[in-house]
Ligand binder design. Sequence first.
Ligand code: ADP
Length: 258
Amino acid sequence: MIILKIGGNILNKPDALAAALDYFAALEGPAVLVHGGGRKASEVIAAMGMEPKMIDGRRITDAATLEIVTMVYGGLINKQVVADLQARGRNAIGLSGADGNAVLAEKRPVKTIDYGFAGDVLGADGSLLWQLLDAGLTPVMCPITHNGKGQLLNTNADTIANETAIAVARARPEEQVSLRYCFEFPGVMHDIKDPESWIPELQPSSYAAFKAAGTIVGGMIPKLDNAFAAVAAGVGEVIIGDLPALQAGKGTRIIGGS
Ligand code: ADP
C-alpha cells in the first residue's frame, strides 16, 4: 500500500507532473495520491487583483483566499490529476477532506499568527480509504478539509499525506504502508546545491542536529516533523526524494527511535 505525495514544484512543471503520474499509475497494488497546491492558487489570487499573503512560507487563508484555494486545489488541480490518472488506466476518484468525511480538521487556533481558515487535521478515515481501494478505486486527495460544521479549511498537503498513511496503517495493521514524498531534490540534502549530498537515513537525533546546524530549514521542517510522526504512529516506511530517487528505491529514509 503506497501513499505518494507530490509537492508544489512537481505540480508547477507539466513534464515533472506527467513523469510522477506515470510512476504512480504504474505502481502495483493499492495506492493513494496526495497533491499540494503549487503556484496556480497564487496566480489566480494575483489575477483577481489580490495579494497572496504568506508568513514563513505558509499561506494566510482569509475568506476570499479560501474560496480560491478550494476552486483551484479541489477543482482544477484535483480534477486534472484525476483525468490524467484515468488516461493512464487508473480509476481515480478525487476527494477533499469533506468528501466521505475523509479528513476532519479544526480551524487553527490563533496564537501569535492568525492563519485564517487553515485546518489542523484531527484525523483521516482509514476504513473509507480501504473501502475505495477494495472497490478498485484510486483516491486522489487535495489539501482542502472541513470541520464537520460546514466550514472548509485549507490544510498542509504533507499533513494530509501523513494522516492518511497513519489512518490506513491503523485500519489494517497487517498491511505494510509506504509513505513517499516526491519533491525536487534527491532526498534531504546536506547541501541543496550538491545533488550527491543526499542523506540516506535520518533519525530523530540526526534530524535535531541538522536543524540546529541550519542544514534543514524552511518547508523541510514541517515535512520531516510529519514524517517522524508517521513512523512513530506505525507507518512502515517513509521516504523523501525526487522521482528518479523513488524509482531507484533511494531517497532519504526516515527512521524512528531516538
Ligand atoms: P513541497 O511542496 O514539495 O512539499 P516544501 O517547500 O514544503 O515543498 O518543502 C520542500 C523544500 O524544503 C525544498 O524545496 C527546499 O527548498 C527546502 N529544504 C530546506 N532544507 C532542505 C534540505 N536540507 N534538503 C532538501 N530541501 C530542503
